[in-house]
Design a protein around this ligand. Structure first.
Ligand SMILES: NC(=O)c1ccc[n+]([C@@H]2O[C@H](COP(=O)([O-])OP(=O)(O)OC[C@H]3O[C@@H](n4cnc5c(N)ncnc54)[C@H](O)[C@@H]3O)[C@@H](O)[C@H]2O)c1
Length: 254
Protein backbone atom coordinates (compact mmCIF):
# COMPACT_ATOMS: atom_id res chain seq x y z
CA UNK A 1 0.00 0.00 0.00
CA UNK A 2 1.22 3.52 -0.87
CA UNK A 3 2.45 5.60 2.06
CA UNK A 4 0.13 8.44 3.05
CA UNK A 5 2.30 11.30 1.73
CA UNK A 6 4.30 9.40 -0.92
CA UNK A 7 5.98 11.84 -3.38
CA UNK A 8 4.47 14.90 -1.66
CA UNK A 9 6.34 18.05 -0.66
CA UNK A 10 5.32 19.17 2.82
CA UNK A 11 6.00 22.21 5.01
CA UNK A 12 5.72 22.26 8.80
CA UNK A 13 6.12 25.53 10.72
CA UNK A 14 7.00 25.45 14.42
CA UNK A 15 8.84 22.22 13.64
CA UNK A 16 11.80 22.70 16.02
CA UNK A 17 9.94 20.74 18.72
CA UNK A 18 6.59 19.61 20.07
CA UNK A 19 3.71 18.84 17.70
CA UNK A 20 5.60 20.31 14.74
CA UNK A 21 8.65 18.06 15.16
CA UNK A 22 6.51 14.94 15.63
CA UNK A 23 4.59 15.88 12.48
CA UNK A 24 7.70 16.54 10.39
CA UNK A 25 9.07 13.13 11.39
CA UNK A 26 5.81 11.33 10.58
CA UNK A 27 5.32 13.16 7.26
CA UNK A 28 8.83 12.11 6.22
CA UNK A 29 8.18 8.52 7.30
CA UNK A 30 5.00 8.62 5.20
CA UNK A 31 7.00 9.55 2.09
CA UNK A 32 7.07 13.37 2.01
CA UNK A 33 10.04 15.63 1.44
CA UNK A 34 9.72 17.98 4.39
CA UNK A 35 10.59 21.66 4.84
CA UNK A 36 11.17 22.15 8.57
CA UNK A 37 10.57 25.80 9.46
CA UNK A 38 11.01 27.53 12.80
CA UNK A 39 12.46 30.72 14.29
CA UNK A 40 14.56 28.37 16.43
CA UNK A 41 17.20 27.54 13.80
CA UNK A 42 19.11 25.01 15.93
CA UNK A 43 15.91 23.13 16.78
CA UNK A 44 14.90 23.02 13.10
CA UNK A 45 18.34 21.61 12.20
CA UNK A 46 17.92 18.95 14.89
CA UNK A 47 14.57 17.92 13.42
CA UNK A 48 16.14 17.67 9.97
CA UNK A 49 18.96 15.52 11.39
CA UNK A 50 16.35 13.19 12.94
CA UNK A 51 14.59 12.89 9.56
CA UNK A 52 17.90 12.12 7.84
CA UNK A 53 18.59 9.44 10.48
CA UNK A 54 15.34 7.72 9.56
CA UNK A 55 16.29 7.87 5.85
CA UNK A 56 14.08 10.82 4.86
CA UNK A 57 14.61 14.00 2.87
CA UNK A 58 14.30 17.35 4.69
CA UNK A 59 15.32 20.98 4.54
CA UNK A 60 15.71 23.36 7.54
CA UNK A 61 14.41 26.92 7.15
CA UNK A 62 15.01 29.64 9.71
CA UNK A 63 11.76 31.62 9.58
CA UNK A 64 9.84 33.99 11.82
CA UNK A 65 6.24 33.57 10.67
CA UNK A 66 5.41 37.17 11.61
CA UNK A 67 7.80 38.45 8.92
CA UNK A 68 6.12 38.58 5.49
CA UNK A 69 9.37 38.64 3.53
CA UNK A 70 10.73 35.63 5.42
CA UNK A 71 7.46 33.73 4.90
CA UNK A 72 7.38 34.46 1.16
CA UNK A 73 11.05 33.46 0.88
CA UNK A 74 10.30 30.23 2.78
CA UNK A 75 7.77 29.16 0.15
CA UNK A 76 10.05 30.24 -2.72
CA UNK A 77 12.94 28.21 -1.27
CA UNK A 78 10.73 25.11 -0.97
CA UNK A 79 9.64 25.44 -4.60
CA UNK A 80 13.26 26.07 -5.71
CA UNK A 81 14.44 22.97 -3.84
CA UNK A 82 11.61 20.50 -4.35
CA UNK A 83 9.66 21.96 -7.31
CA UNK A 84 6.27 22.40 -5.59
CA UNK A 85 4.41 22.55 -2.27
CA UNK A 86 1.62 20.01 -1.75
CA UNK A 87 0.93 20.00 1.99
CA UNK A 88 1.41 22.85 4.46
CA UNK A 89 1.02 22.55 8.23
CA UNK A 90 0.91 26.04 9.80
CA UNK A 91 1.62 25.09 13.36
CA UNK A 92 3.97 27.71 14.87
CA UNK A 93 2.44 29.37 17.90
CA UNK A 94 2.90 30.77 21.39
CA UNK A 95 0.74 30.87 24.55
CA UNK A 96 0.01 33.63 27.03
CA UNK A 97 2.15 31.86 29.64
CA UNK A 98 5.20 32.14 27.37
CA UNK A 99 4.83 35.95 27.22
CA UNK A 100 4.11 36.63 30.89
CA UNK A 101 0.30 36.55 30.80
CA UNK A 102 -0.24 33.17 32.51
CA UNK A 103 -3.27 33.12 34.80
CA UNK A 104 -4.46 36.64 33.84
CA UNK A 105 -8.12 37.47 33.31
CA UNK A 106 -9.18 39.55 30.30
CA UNK A 107 -8.84 43.02 31.88
CA UNK A 108 -5.34 42.21 33.15
CA UNK A 109 -3.71 41.29 29.83
CA UNK A 110 -1.01 43.74 28.66
CA UNK A 111 -1.76 45.47 25.37
CA UNK A 112 1.69 44.63 24.02
CA UNK A 113 1.26 40.94 24.84
CA UNK A 114 -2.16 40.90 23.18
CA UNK A 115 -0.69 42.35 19.98
CA UNK A 116 2.23 39.94 20.14
CA UNK A 117 0.14 36.79 20.43
CA UNK A 118 -2.25 37.89 17.67
CA UNK A 119 0.76 38.66 15.52
CA UNK A 120 2.36 35.23 15.90
CA UNK A 121 -0.67 32.95 16.08
CA UNK A 122 -3.12 34.67 13.75
CA UNK A 123 -1.23 37.01 11.44
CA UNK A 124 1.65 34.53 11.17
CA UNK A 125 -0.78 31.80 10.12
CA UNK A 126 -2.43 34.11 7.60
CA UNK A 127 0.92 35.17 6.10
CA UNK A 128 1.85 31.50 5.64
CA UNK A 129 -1.56 30.63 4.23
CA UNK A 130 -1.33 33.54 1.81
CA UNK A 131 2.02 32.46 0.36
CA UNK A 132 1.00 28.78 0.29
CA UNK A 133 -2.32 29.50 -1.45
CA UNK A 134 -0.62 31.50 -4.20
CA UNK A 135 1.75 28.60 -4.90
CA UNK A 136 -0.92 25.90 -4.62
CA UNK A 137 -3.34 27.74 -6.92
CA UNK A 138 -0.53 28.25 -9.46
CA UNK A 139 0.40 24.55 -9.43
CA UNK A 140 -3.24 23.38 -9.44
CA UNK A 141 -3.76 21.86 -5.97
CA UNK A 142 -2.70 21.36 -2.40
CA UNK A 143 -3.88 21.10 1.18
CA UNK A 144 -3.32 23.34 4.19
CA UNK A 145 -3.79 22.56 7.87
CA UNK A 146 -3.40 25.19 10.59
CA UNK A 147 -3.14 24.50 14.29
CA UNK A 148 -5.91 26.15 16.28
CA UNK A 149 -6.87 24.82 19.72
CA UNK A 150 -9.86 23.94 21.88
CA UNK A 151 -9.45 27.62 22.81
CA UNK A 152 -10.34 28.36 19.19
CA UNK A 153 -13.75 26.79 19.70
CA UNK A 154 -14.89 27.99 23.11
CA UNK A 155 -13.85 30.20 25.99
CA UNK A 156 -11.13 29.22 28.48
CA UNK A 157 -10.63 31.61 31.41
CA UNK A 158 -7.18 33.32 31.39
CA UNK A 159 -6.52 32.74 27.68
CA UNK A 160 -7.91 35.98 26.18
CA UNK A 161 -5.22 36.76 23.60
CA UNK A 162 -4.60 33.08 22.83
CA UNK A 163 -8.30 32.35 22.47
CA UNK A 164 -8.80 35.37 20.18
CA UNK A 165 -5.91 34.26 17.98
CA UNK A 166 -7.08 30.64 17.75
CA UNK A 167 -10.72 31.58 17.04
CA UNK A 168 -9.20 33.72 14.27
CA UNK A 169 -7.30 30.74 12.86
CA UNK A 170 -10.56 28.78 12.62
CA UNK A 171 -12.23 31.78 10.97
CA UNK A 172 -9.64 32.35 8.25
CA UNK A 173 -9.46 28.60 7.61
CA UNK A 174 -13.21 28.35 6.98
CA UNK A 175 -13.22 31.49 4.84
CA UNK A 176 -10.29 30.44 2.65
CA UNK A 177 -11.71 26.89 2.34
CA UNK A 178 -14.83 28.34 0.74
CA UNK A 179 -12.83 30.69 -1.48
CA UNK A 180 -10.31 28.16 -2.81
CA UNK A 181 -12.38 24.96 -3.09
CA UNK A 182 -12.08 22.62 -4.86
CA UNK A 183 -8.42 23.31 -5.75
CA UNK A 184 -7.03 23.71 -2.21
CA UNK A 185 -8.43 22.10 0.94
CA UNK A 186 -8.00 23.99 4.21
CA UNK A 187 -8.69 22.68 7.70
CA UNK A 188 -7.81 23.48 11.30
CA UNK A 189 -6.55 21.06 13.95
CA UNK A 190 -7.76 21.66 17.51
CA UNK A 191 -5.51 19.75 19.90
CA UNK A 192 -6.57 19.18 23.48
CA UNK A 193 -3.89 19.25 26.20
CA UNK A 194 -0.68 17.96 24.59
CA UNK A 195 2.53 17.12 26.41
CA UNK A 196 4.96 19.67 24.90
CA UNK A 197 7.13 22.53 26.23
CA UNK A 198 4.23 24.91 25.64
CA UNK A 199 2.01 23.22 28.21
CA UNK A 200 4.55 23.25 31.07
CA UNK A 201 3.45 26.59 32.55
CA UNK A 202 -0.26 25.67 32.43
CA UNK A 203 0.33 22.23 33.96
CA UNK A 204 2.41 23.73 36.76
CA UNK A 205 -0.52 26.01 37.71
CA UNK A 206 -3.52 23.69 37.27
CA UNK A 207 -2.27 20.30 36.05
CA UNK A 208 -4.27 18.21 38.49
CA UNK A 209 -7.56 19.88 37.58
CA UNK A 210 -6.84 19.51 33.86
CA UNK A 211 -6.05 15.80 34.11
CA UNK A 212 -9.24 15.21 36.10
CA UNK A 213 -11.25 16.73 33.22
CA UNK A 214 -9.80 14.55 30.42
CA UNK A 215 -11.81 11.33 29.93
CA UNK A 216 -8.71 9.57 28.54
CA UNK A 217 -7.01 10.37 31.86
CA UNK A 218 -3.74 11.69 30.39
CA UNK A 219 -2.22 14.36 28.17
CA UNK A 220 -2.02 13.73 24.43
CA UNK A 221 1.30 13.33 22.62
CA UNK A 222 2.79 15.16 19.66
CA UNK A 223 2.60 11.90 17.71
CA UNK A 224 -1.12 11.65 18.29
CA UNK A 225 -1.56 15.12 16.76
CA UNK A 226 0.81 14.24 13.91
CA UNK A 227 -1.34 11.23 12.93
CA UNK A 228 -4.41 13.43 12.45
CA UNK A 229 -2.38 16.14 10.70
CA UNK A 230 -0.91 13.61 8.28
CA UNK A 231 -4.30 12.19 7.34
CA UNK A 232 -5.92 15.61 6.94
CA UNK A 233 -3.11 16.78 4.66
CA UNK A 234 -3.13 13.58 2.60
CA UNK A 235 -5.28 12.76 -0.42
CA UNK A 236 -7.11 10.22 1.74
CA UNK A 237 -8.94 13.20 3.30
CA UNK A 238 -10.06 14.41 -0.14
CA UNK A 239 -13.58 15.44 0.95
CA UNK A 240 -12.54 17.13 4.23
CA UNK A 241 -12.34 20.90 3.97
CA UNK A 242 -13.40 24.00 5.91
CA UNK A 243 -13.52 22.24 9.27
CA UNK A 244 -11.91 22.39 12.69
CA UNK A 245 -11.01 18.86 13.86
CA UNK A 246 -10.67 18.21 17.58
CA UNK A 247 -8.30 15.55 18.98
CA UNK A 248 -8.53 15.84 22.74
CA UNK A 249 -8.91 12.54 24.61
CA UNK A 250 -12.63 13.24 24.98
CA UNK A 251 -12.29 16.62 26.74
CA UNK A 252 -14.99 18.30 24.63
CA UNK A 253 -17.40 15.36 24.72
CA UNK A 254 -19.23 16.48 27.82
N1 LIG B 1 0.57 21.78 23.62
C1 LIG B 1 -0.74 21.96 23.70
O1 LIG B 1 -1.40 21.54 24.66
C2 LIG B 1 -1.48 22.67 22.59
C3 LIG B 1 -2.88 22.69 22.64
C4 LIG B 1 -3.58 23.33 21.63
C5 LIG B 1 -2.89 23.95 20.59
N2 LIG B 1 -1.54 23.93 20.57
C6 LIG B 1 -0.88 24.59 19.44
O2 LIG B 1 -0.01 23.68 18.82
C7 LIG B 1 1.03 24.39 18.14
C8 LIG B 1 2.36 23.75 18.48
O3 LIG B 1 2.60 23.92 19.86
P1 LIG B 1 3.45 22.90 20.75
O4 LIG B 1 2.58 22.46 21.84
O5 LIG B 1 4.13 21.91 19.88
O6 LIG B 1 4.49 23.92 21.39
P2 LIG B 1 6.05 24.15 21.22
O7 LIG B 1 6.35 25.37 22.01
O8 LIG B 1 6.78 22.89 21.51
O9 LIG B 1 6.21 24.45 19.66
C9 LIG B 1 5.94 25.69 19.07
C10 LIG B 1 7.00 25.99 18.05
O10 LIG B 1 6.65 27.20 17.36
C11 LIG B 1 7.84 27.94 17.17
N3 LIG B 1 7.50 29.36 17.01
C12 LIG B 1 6.94 30.20 17.92
N4 LIG B 1 6.82 31.42 17.40
C13 LIG B 1 7.31 31.36 16.13
C14 LIG B 1 7.47 32.32 15.10
N5 LIG B 1 7.13 33.61 15.26
N6 LIG B 1 8.01 31.92 13.92
C15 LIG B 1 8.40 30.63 13.74
N7 LIG B 1 8.28 29.69 14.70
C16 LIG B 1 7.74 30.05 15.87
C17 LIG B 1 8.66 27.70 18.44
O11 LIG B 1 10.02 28.01 18.25
C18 LIG B 1 8.38 26.23 18.68
O12 LIG B 1 9.35 25.40 18.04
C19 LIG B 1 0.87 25.84 18.57
O13 LIG B 1 0.20 26.57 17.56
C20 LIG B 1 0.00 25.76 19.81
O14 LIG B 1 -0.74 26.94 20.03
C21 LIG B 1 -0.82 23.31 21.55
Amino acid sequence: MKRMLEDKVALVTGAAGGIGRSSALLFAAEGAKVAVADRNAAGAEETVALIHEQGGDALALNVDVTNRTQVDTMVSKIVETYGRLDCAFNNAGITGGQIGQGGRFTADWDEEAFDNILNVNLKGTWLCMRAELKQMMAQGGGSILSTASLAGLCGFPTTTGYSASKHGVVGITKTAAMEYAPTVRLNALCPGYIDTDMLKDTMSRRGELILSQIPSGRLGSGNEMAEMACWLLSDRASYATGQAFTVDGGFMAG
